[in-house]
Design a protein around this ligand. Structure first.
Ligand code: ARG
Length: 457
């Protein structure tokens, strides 16, 4: 049964019905719609639209329906109604007859859908926050496991300066912490209840919206009915949080795909997150990571689609806004799956510390140290930079590292060099020197791990 029809002479065309119906996807709001309806029944009792008996009967039927939809959500999707609100009302009529027709008093699908959707977003945000916390924990565990491992650090994908492998891990912990904080902000901002805003102008029943909101776990009630039914900022924010977080995950994926390549050979991914080739028997491909990288585009696509849907929509509700759901319903599980998959990849990583060390020692990534050595001897940095550049050229010409040059060769470029130059060029010294806050020295990385662990509790 449709929720409207009195002013129409004919029903909708079949093609229009298919085009217009949202039940095939908004069935996912069934639980939220029922929970919101229970709360609304309470508000109607408060203003004497429902008496105690009617309220009890309605709530009992709604709870029964809740059990049914939980047991078989897919059955709701194919029930043929216009949307989840129509479905719930009609299922309720089947259970309690005409009494169910009182439930929509003073309520509109506009404030109803806005409420359902916020509840769904809030629950989803909570699940994602849990998953991010777990992924962070996995990175911290890897950082602790690999504390002694030295990795070449890159800029422009050219070896730049050595870093601790754990420093790399903790860089992603930083990103994940920002993801957490952003999502928590978005969750707090969305946690206001539109129910009781009516179609757009507010409800004509003297309902205590604050109590209604608190009953549904909201911080409070929205303050402007026009805004409440037309606001989808919370969807945009959630998709924006998802997009930024996916960018982080895709960068992690890209780093690891490179580290896992035959050319780098820094890590080996576990068999559990890789797959083979149908043709080339030797292949072990980093599919999980490539899919994380690939799905980033899909999540961002949902974000940009939502932005475009909302652009220049007049107040208040417009049917365009039904387009808010499919993108989010796809993007949120995708994001969650990527976080879980990232965790599985991190958990199973085997690091080849010999390969990372050898690579870190190559590429003249101790050249900055040499410039700093000259600074300590009183040579201005820019001049030192130039002198070291000449020495790097010399080392490249003889196919060696800087530490392989003889003292005579050093002296041929500048007489200030002494044999105390050699300890400075050792890789451990490069790491050790980075003692300032946020640097890659063991002390700094250890304290970053400690900080992150404290923050996670
Ligand atoms: N299915 C609709 C949506 O998702 C529910 C709200 C419909 N409101 C209306 N006035 N037609 O946006």
């Amino acid at each position: 049964m449709a929720l409207w029809g009195g002013r129409f002479s004919t029903g909708p065309d079949e093609a229009f019905k298919q085009f217009n119906d949202s039940l095939p996807f908004d069935y996912q709001l069934a639980e939220q719609d029922i929970i919101g309806s229970v709360a609304w029944a309470g508000a109607l009792k408060q203003v004497n639209v429902l008496n105690q008996q009617e309220y009890d009967d309605l709530v009992a039927a709604l709870n029964k329906l809740l059990d049914e939809v939980k047991a078989n959500p897919q059955a709701v999707a194919v029930a043929g109604h216009e949307d989840i609100h129509s479905y719930v009302e009609s299922a309720l009529i089947d259970k309690v007859g005409d009494l169910a027709k009182k439930l929509h008093t003073g309520r509109s699908r506009n404030d109803q859908v806005a409420t359902d959707f916020r509840l769904w977003c809030r629950d989803t945000a909570e699940h994602i926050l849990e998953a991010i916390a777990e992924l962070k924990g996995e990175f911290i565990a890897l950082a602790e496991r690999e504390l002694g491992t030295i990795l070449p650090g890159y800029t422009h994908l050219q070896r730049a300066q050595p870093v601790l492998f754990s420093h790399w891990c903790m860089a992603y912990v930083e990103m994940l912490e920002r993801d957490e904080s952003r999502l928590t902000d978005a969750k707090n901002r969305m946690n206001y209840c539109p129910l009781g805003s009516g179609a757009l102008a507010g409800t004509a029943y003297p309902i205590d919206r604050q109590i209604l909101a608190e009953g549904l776990g909201f911080t409070g009630a929205t303050r402007n009915s026009l805004d409440a039914v037309s606001d989808r900022d919370f969807v945009v924010e959630l998709l924006s949080c998802a997009s930024i977080s996916m960018i982080h995950l895709s960068r992690m994926a890209e780093d690891l795909i490179f580290y896992n390549s035959g050319e780098a050979g820094f890590i080996e991914l576990s068999d559990g997150v890789t797959s083979g080739s149908s043709l080339m028997p030797q292949k072990k491909n980093p599919d999980a990571l490539e899919l994380i990288r690939g799905k980033t585009g899909r999540v961002f696509g949902a974000f940009s689609a939502m932005m475009m849907t909302l652009k220049a929509l007049p107040l208040a509700y417009n049917k365009d806004m039904q387009e808010d759901k499919e993108g989010l319903f796809d993007a949120m599980p995708t994001w969650l799956a990527c976080i879980h998959m990232a965790q599985a990849c991190i958990k199973g990583i085997k690091v080849n510390a010999e390969r990372t060390l050898a690579a870190a020692k190559g590429g003249h990534s101790n050249a900055t140290e040499l410039a700093d050595y000259l600074v300590a001897k009183g040579i201005p940095f820019r001049e030192g930079h130039h002198i070291v550049g000449t020495l790097v050229q010399m080392a490249i010409a003889q196919g060696n590292n800087l530490e392989d040059l003889s003292l005579e060769q050093f002296k041929s470029v500048h007489s200030i060099f002494e044999s105390d130059v050699y300890p400075v060029l050792e890789i451990d010294a490069c790491i050790k020197a980075r003692q300032a806050l946020g640097g890659t020295s063991l002390e700094q990385v250890t304290s970053a791990i400690k900080y992150a662990k404290k923050n996670s509790k």
